[in-house]
Write a protein that binds this ligand. Structure first.
Ligand code: IMO
Ligand code: MG
Length: 436
């Protein structure tokens, strides 16, 4: 049985089980109480992790959600791409709200998002036309592309301005050629970009470290560590709905590479899944509801992107997709969030299979066109039509809500360790012992 928060000296990994926006921020904030270190290992400021706690409501994009506890060290690992401007804005905003980010460090191996990445993200999206991915336009794809193409600039380069300038000069030549000659857009100025980043270097240099060593030391001291996932499994470039994906792997396996530890050092993998489905941006989503029910979920849950403000596409829980996520990540348990949103419905549906071309499909297809044609096969359960936000124990939930959670556990093959019934820390049920 996975122990969730009563085992301080462990490494726990928190991963999104759907298309992102599952409520990872709340779960990390909650689990951080017992942690000494929280490490982001993937993505960048395309993430939007909402945390509601006694300090207020925060939408964190880069800063790990453990920042609200003064004795937690927060790390942006090597697997993250960092936009220094947005990071500093976030640090300043936290400071304004009385939250001290002095214990936030950045891996010197983490790649930087540069102004041309933002420009190219926009130009590439425009070029895709009707097939646009619907990216967050934060430059994430172009930055990860440059990392793999070995033409990136890393946080460590902020420590030496001579290197920074010469590296930038060399790369900007190439980027400007693409921007002007392929896209016919205006070139960026070397002096302007350098001056901007030189300013960031002054402010961020003291935070740039070899963070994997800090992580190794914390593990050696048997401190509790949380690895904070961003995005969600179905946005993974390999296993998600390619090409409608993000550009770094949100999967459990990538936590090792993006933070700098081995698989055997991770004790628990917690998948975070919403009690229904959402997706923002393009690409297939079999349970999307383009009707009044979808609208009702969006309104009740305020399903608008934390990063871009776009309305999120909403639909019923997709057990085929989350079972796939449970297997890909090896979840020890899931945290099922936002159960309270379903409180008003006379009946609730769970997608248990897909149908396409007269065939029933019980797995998540790799063929994105096929997935686009898939119709959900639903199982309909009784709703509970009772508020759940005050429930603090699993047994206190309405019987129909308990059945809903238990049915999900059975379908995805993984126990629910946490059930969340509201945004605030206390609106949480730790299911312990776990229901059968
Ligand atoms: P959190 O961490 C939801 C989506 C974008 C787009 C696709 C590619 O809050 O769960 P990108 O800018 O990454 O190149 O966009 O991925 N996307 C997210 N959707 N939550 C996120 O993060 C996301 N990060 C990226 O909407 O469809
Ligand atoms: Mg988000």
């Amino acid at each position: 049985m996975p122990v969730l928060i009563d085992e301080p000296a462990s490494v726990q990994l928190i991963v999104g089980a759907q298309w992102g926006d599952e409520g990872k921020g709340k779960i990390i904030d909650l689990l951080s109480e017992r942690a000494r270190m929280v490490v982001r290992f993937s993505g960048g400021d395309n993430a939007g992790h909402t945390v509601v706690n006694p300090h207020g409501e925060f939408k964190l994009h880069l800063v790990p959600s453990g920042i609200f506890y003064p004795d937690v060290t927060c790390i942006l690992g090597n697997g993250v791409v960092v936009n220094p401007g947005s990071l500093l804005a976030e640090i300043d905003d936290l400071h304004k709200h009385g939250v001290d980010a002095a214990r936030l460090f950045i891996s010197d191996r983490a790649h930087l998002i540069m102004p041309y990445h933002l420009v190219l993200d926009g130009l590439e999206e425009k070029r895709r036309g009707a097939k646009a991915i619907g990216t967050t336009l934060k430059g994430i794809g172009p930055a990860f592309t440059d990392k793999v193409a070995r033409q990136g600039i890393r946080a460590g380069d902020l420590l030496n301005k001579t290197t920074l300038r010469s590296r930038l000069a060399e790369l900007l030549d190439l980027k400007n050629a693409i921007i002007t000659r392929v896209y016919g857009a205006p070139a960026l100025s070397l002096d302007q970009v350098y001056d901007e980043y030189s300013g960031y270097a002054d402010r961020l240099a003291p935070r740039v470290r070899q963070t994997e060593i800090m992580l190794h030391d914390a593990i050696a001291r048997k401190e509790a560590v949380l690895l904070e996932g961003a995005q969600g499994t179905l946005l993974d470039p390999d296993f998600g709905t390619y090409p409608y994906t993000t550009s770094s792997s949100p999967l459990a396996g990538n936590a090792c590479i993006g933070a700098g530890l081995g698989p055997g050092q991770i004790d628990h993998v917690i998948g975070v899944a919403k009690a229904y489905s959402t997706r923002v941006g393009g690409g297939p989503m079999p349970t999307e509801l383009k009707d009044a029910t979808g609208e009702l979920i969006r309104e009740r849950a305020h399903e608008f992107g934390a990063t871009t403000g776009r309305p999120r596409r909403c639909g019923w829980f997709d057990a085929v997709a989350v079972r796939f996520a449970a297997r890909l990540n090896g979840f020890s348990s899931i945290a099922l969030t936002r159960l309270d949103i379903l409180d008003i419905f006379p009946s609730v549906k769970i997608c248990v299979a897909y149908r396409a071309g007269g065939k029933t499909i019980d797995h998540f297809p790799s063929d994105t066109d096929l997935l686009e044609r898939c119709e959900p096969v639903y199982e309909e359960l009784h709703g509970w039509q009772t508020p759940t936000e005050r429930s603090r124990q699993f047994g206190a939930l309405p019987a129909a809500a308990q059945k809903y959670v238990e049915r999900i556990e059975k379908l995805i093959g993984c126990p629910a360790g946490i059930v969340s019934v509201g945004a605030r820390r206390e609106e949480t049920i730790v299911v312990n012992p776990l229901p059968a």
